[in-house]
Design a protein around this ligand. Structure first.
Ligand SMILES: C[S@@+](CC[C@H](N)C(=O)[O-])C[C@H]1O[C@@H](n2cnc3c(N)ncnc32)[C@H](O)[C@@H]1O
Length: 221
């Protein structure tokens, strides 16, 4: 499957690099086979996944709000991972683990079937040029993979500020039999208050961007 990202070396601060070097053993996931969440988090409670967490602002806010749940975040951009690690150690949060591997590979090879209470994908890269649309993360094959790892009655929550990507998400998900649209076919969902407002979204608001949320429940089929 074509990758949904291009690895940019990016600018990483000294503190972020140090966090990657020293804190990865505590928070990082190095998966060879299928992950065992009970071992990974040291307890057996519902686990939520965020794909492409950027600098981790939403993941951190949710994990702080719900210390009773586990949060697994996947992000391939090292400065973002370093940024989140710094926050985690400053706040002594214990309910987050991080993978830096392509989320598609994690979905394919490392997540137990029907293991996640919910999946969050907030503002995935829009790849605006038509010739790059094939790189968009939300495509039928990936949605099928998402369906295999979400628990029955678990949910998938997406958000984007890109109009044609929002329509594409709606079309793909509404025609995937494993998912039912929380707001009814053809409808977006009003912004759920539990989705934390991030720097990315605040910037979008300043630029006058509209944001579309999509919420789906996994059916038993
Ligand atoms: C536009 S940013 C949004 C970040 C964050 N969710 C937010 O709202 O600020 C999309 C992120 O998804 C990450 N990403 C894209 N494809 C990915 C993949 N296959 N696996 C993991 N992360 C991915 C990118 O590195 C980038 O940080």
């Amino acid at each position: 499957m074509i990758r949904s990202f291009v690895r940019r070396s990016g600018r990483i601060t000294l503190a972020q690099q140090r966090a990657l070097d020293t804190l990865w053993p505590q928070y990082g996931v190095t998966a060879d086979g299928i992950l065992n969440f009970t071992e990974l988090f040291g307890r057996n409670v519902p686990t939520y996944l965020e794909i492409g967490f950027g600098n981790g602002e939403a993941l951190l806010a949710m994990a702080q709000r719900h210390p009773e749940f586990n949060y697994l975040g996947i992000e391939v951009h090292s400065p973002g991972v370093g940024h989140l690690l710094l926050q985690l150690s400053a706040q002594q949060l214990l309910n987050i683990r991080i993978s830096d591997v392509d989320a598609v590979l994690v979905l394919q090879h490392h997540l137990p079937p029907h293991s996640l209470a919910g999946i969050h994908i907030f503002f995935p890269d829009p790849w605006p040029k038509p010739r790059h649309h094939k790189r968009r993360l939300i495509q039928p094959a990936v949605v099928k993979l998402l369906a295999t790892v979400i628990q029955i009655n678990g949910y998938l929550h997406l958000a984007t500020d890109w109009p044609d990507y929002a329509q594409q998400m709606l079309q793909i998900l509404d025609t995937t039999p494993e998912f039912i649209n929380h707001s009814g076919p053809g409808y977006f969902t009003p912004r759920p208050p539990q989705r934390p407002l991030t720097k990315f979204e605040r910037r979008g608001h300043r630029l006058g961007h509209q944001v579309w949320d999509l919420v789906y429940r996994r059916l038993e089929i």
